[in-house]
Design a protein around this ligand. Structure first.
Ligand code: CTP
Length: 401
């Protein structure tokens, strides 16, 4: 439909970038990026007239169309010059598409698939992306790729690790000189934050963290940062937790990356840790999570330790108000087995325990509305956590007693 709509406007549409790369690899990728040869803005407005939600950046001629699902399609424009091939010859891709693809980062990301009626599915591959993909190579499109956009250092490492590609020699050389030349330190805090966030949402961030260390990227980004075996140990434990406990762990979604960031900063001095928080322009909420994770581990170990048995309700009380992301970090960072076990039990089981009875039930049992109801529910929670009540009937009996 995208291709047909483009053709009805005398334009052409191509799927490009990561979507094409992943399609050739047989990997699912739900982020569809398309390039419109012609006027992307007019193309999006046409969809808007059909009732779809679009958001358009007129200045960059880019934007997004939201299809039901919701499924978003990012749209960019490759302006067709008047002397290029008319739409009547739809199998020939024009210079403007080639230009658009050449601005991109790696050969494997610089392929397109035609979406027109007659050339639907035709691969446009000017720079040998398919061959590189087949041979497993990650290769820059041109020597200025990292200079044009140093965030591509992160992208290179991410793609290399995720897709198990091998960075081609010249690309390694260019990436190294980008890092050594200090270009990463010129990036704004928000761009670095966004790249670090994406990196830490990868399924297995440890190899990428290590690879960036090999290139000396962390040190350039955050002077004084000690990314050492402590980081490795904590991240490795997180990986094990996710593998073994993923069904029982709470979904951390937006704060997951902070758990990895805390692991990255774990072995460094407090002054360095604070300067990284400043450099990344963390929001007050993010700063709170990270500070608690890093600076209160010792206090948490004191609260949660103890040789004898600790009742689940005591552990829950000690962790009241602590974000789950922080608990997860502490579980990975502590060297004390017993504390790790308690934190993991809290994360996988105890934190979600609630009494079966509700406030309404307590009123129905004859209590008056007021603070006592809350106290009863708290006490009931303690009883449930510590195993003194299990069924609803036992809860009712417990309240009546
Ligand atoms: N791109 C680029 N340089 C960048 C960012 C993006 O050249 N700094 C290009 C690449 O061609 C990339 C496309 O824009 O394929 C889309 O970018 P994005 O959606 O961020 O990346 P994906 O390649 O889809 O990667 P991922 O699977 O990690 O989302």
């Amino acid at each position: 439909r995208l291709g047909r709509m483009a053709e009805s406007l005398s334009m052409r549409a191509y799927a490009v970038g990561g979507f094409v790369r992943d399609l050739l690899l047989g990997r699912t990728n739900l982020d569809l990026d398309i390039v419109i040869e012609g006027d992307g803005v007019a193309f999006m407005k046409a969809w808007e007239r059909e009732g779809y939600r679009v958001s358009v950046h007129e200045r960059f001629r880019t934007g997004m169309i939201v299809f039901p699902g919701p499924r978003k399609v990012d749209v960019a424009t490759a302006r067709r010059e008047f002397y290029e091939f008319p739409v009547a010859q739809p199998t020939v891709a024009s210079d403007s598409l080639k230009h658009d693809l050449y601005r991109r980062d790696f050969t494997v990301n610089a392929m397109a698939i035609a979406l027109g009626e007659r050339d639907w599915g035709t691969l446009v591959d000017y720079f040998g992306g398919r061959r590189d993909l087949r041979r497993g190579f990650l290769k820059v499109l041109h020597n200025l790729s990292f200079v044009e956009d140093p965030t591509r250092v992160f992208r290179a490492v991410r793609l290399e690790q995720r897709l198990k590609l091998k960075m081609e020699e010249n690309t390694v050389r260019l990436l190294t000189s980008c890092v050594r030349g200090g270009l990463l330190s010129l990036l704004s805090g928000l761009r670095v934050k966004s790249e670090v966030e994406i990196l830490f949402h990868e399924a297995l961030p440890l190899p990428a963290i290590r690879r960036l260390r090999e290139f000396g990227a962390w040190e350039v980004l955050f002077p004084g940062l000690a990314v050492d075996s402590r980081t490795d140990r904590v991240v490795r434990r997180l990986t094990v937790f996710f593998r073994r406990l993923h069904r029982d762990l709470p979904p951390l979604e937006a704060s997951l990356w902070l758990v990895y960031l805390a692991s990255l900063l774990f072995g460094s001095d407090e002054a360095v840790q604070r300067s990284v928080m400043d450099r990344l322009h963390l929001t007050p909420a993010e700063r709170h999570v990270l500070s608690l994770a890093l600076f209160s581990l010792g206090a948490a170990e004191n609260d949660l330790g103890g040789r004898g048995e600790r009742r689940p309700s005591e552990i829950c009380r000690a962790l009241t108000g602590v974000p789950l992301a922080v608990c997860l970090f502490w579980a990975a960072a502590t060297e004390r087995q017993r504390i790790r076990r308690r934190l993991l039990l809290f994360l996988t089981r105890w934190h979600k325990v609630r009494p079966m009875l509700t406030g309404r039930d307590i009123l129905d049992l004859g209590y008056r509305r007021g603070p006592l109801v809350g106290k009863i529910l708290d006490a009931l929670l303690t009883a449930r956590l510590d195993g003194s009540v299990e069924t609803r009937e036992e809860e009712i009996q417990w309240v009546l007693d």
